[in-house]
Design a protein around this ligand. Structure first.
Ligand code: FAD
Length: 413
């Protein structure tokens, strides 16, 4: 029987499986995942699930019965350890082999380790990374009121954890080498606004500051202090808990060992095919061409995982549709919803609409008169219009963007 094997039962892998059925695939579908859970959404891990407001079953993308109904074979708690491209077989950790006609790699990524000698590979009882349900389960009970959390990394994950921790009564200090929060993904206006919201709730920022090392407790099992250098001065921050959120390392080892092209992710074409047309790759682990960006990009977001998975399913079915690969993303902090579309790198003008004070504003990023990105806070209608404008990098009048009397939707051609 014709078979598709999917490696990795995360957001993208799960969507490939169900999408194959929805698009009419009649062969065998096997979804192999090394976690104990069926495909689940990770965004709540740093938000509602960390806060204890969401239950485990609410994280699951589909109830387990759905996979049965769709005749999708789920193999959970099992790793694929090798891909034998010549035999067209995936090798599982117990040595058994699964034959495939098409293989989809959806292995995602893992949290980047803090690059400190003596800390990197070490298991420390109060130093955490956040990628999986298991990670949250290990840390959640430790988020007790009055404890001090040192967050290393002022990206989305770090800021969302800061927001959740403060709501749980935990004191938070954020350390980053960058001069401002979210520096890789947004402009100074939005960084300044978000930092202000966090400060108002008592979050302390130590930025730009480099983590030099840590001191350990007597048993050398936990971090006692985080050593930072700020303005050339060394300081020690006492910590009950440390969370490291400094980015993601894509899981590409399996692909590389199988001789597939890898370059910041598994290299795929517009149809999600790797350098071997029988093998596809999707989601966080894949590096894809983007017509929007005019170059290859690797995206780490739910919308990309979902869209890319559908592209891969269509390719398997022989009716390929190219991936849009226009990045968009959302975040939630202190009850505010942030939505971003596009990549603002290289913008020459930022125009805002709405009111920062009322926490309802949009920042539009223009390059040579074209709208290349937008950050939207508390104005969901702006976001829908901005997505359309950014997708085609529309030429827009900055005055109209700033003027609340001009409906954004009217600018969409
Ligand atoms: P993953 O979801 O990581 O799935 C990959 C799966 O493959 C994992 O289960 C992994 O264990 C498994 N695997 C790896 N190797 C093997 C192997 N050899 N054999 C078997 N299984 C294997 N995105 C947003 O858009 N908005 C948000 O607000 C947001 N918040 C986030 C918050 C957190 C805390 C995190 C961690 C991520 C967040 N993201 C958010 C990003 C989003 O969750 C990811 O982009 C998305 O999960 C990517 O899906 P994926 O399937 O490519 O990878």
């Amino acid at each position: 029987e014709e078979t598709v094997v999917i490696v990795g039962a995360g957001q993208a892998g799960g969507e490939v499986a169900t999408s194959l059925r929805q698009q009419g695939y009649e062969g065998r579908v096997v979804l192999v995942g090394d976690e104990a859970h069926p495909p689940y959404q990770r965004p709540p891990l740093s938000k509602g699930f960390l806060l204890g407001k969401m239950q485990l079953a609410q994280l699951y993308l589909k109830p387990e019965a759905t996979y049965e109904k769709f005749n999708i074979t789920l193999k959970l708690g099992t790793r694929v350890t090798a891909i034998d491209r010549e035999a067209r077989e995936a090798v599982l950790q117990d040595g058994s082999r699964l034959g495939y006609d098409k293989l989809v790699i959806a292995t995602g990524g893992r949290a980047r380790l803090l690059p400190l000698p003596g800390v990197e590979q070490r298991k420390l009882g109060n130093l955490f990374y956040l990628r999986s349900i298991a990670d949250v389960e290990a840390m959640r009970a430790r988020f007790e009121a009055g404890k001090h959390l040192v967050l290393i990394g002022a990206g989305y994950v770090g800021l969302e954890v800061a927001s959740a921790a403060v709501q749980l009564g935990v004191k938070v200090t954020v350390v980053d080498v960058a001069p401002r929060v979210l520096s890789r993904v947004t402009g100074p206006e939005v960084s300044g606004f978000i930092e202000g919201v966090h400060r108002e709730r008592g979050v302390v920022f130590r930025m730009p500051a480099a983590v030099q090392g840590v001191t350990l407790d007597a048993a050398e099992e936990a971090v006692r202090e985080v050593i930072v250098a700020q303005d050339g001065v060394e300081d020690r921050i006492a910590a009950d808990l440390v969370l490291v959120g400094i980015g993601l390392t894509p899981n590409t080892e399996l692909a590389a060992a199988a001789g597939l092209a890898v370059d910041d992710g598994i290299v795929v074409d517009e149809m999600a095919r790797t350098s071997d047309p029988a093998v596809l790759a999707v989601g966080d682990c894949a590096n894809q061409p983007s017509a929007y960006a005019g170059r290859r990009i690797r995206l780490e977001s739910v919308p990309n995982a979902m869209e890319h998975a559908r592209v891969a399913a269509a390719t398997v079915l022989g009716k390929p549709v190219p991936s849009p690969a226009v990045p968009w993303f959302w975040s939630e902090q202190f009850g505010m919803r942030l939505q971003m579309v596009g990549l603002s790198t290289g913008y020459d003008r930022c125009v805002t609409r709405g009111s920062m004070e009322n926490r309802a504003f949009s920042a539009f990023y223009l390059a040579e008169g074209r709208l290349i990105a937008a950050d939207v806070i508390g104005r969901p209608a702006d976001f829908q219009a901005a997505k359309k404008l950014v997708a085609v990098k529309a030429v827009v009048d900055p005055g109209a963007l700033a003027d609340e009397n001009v409906a954004l939707a009217s600018l969409v051609g």
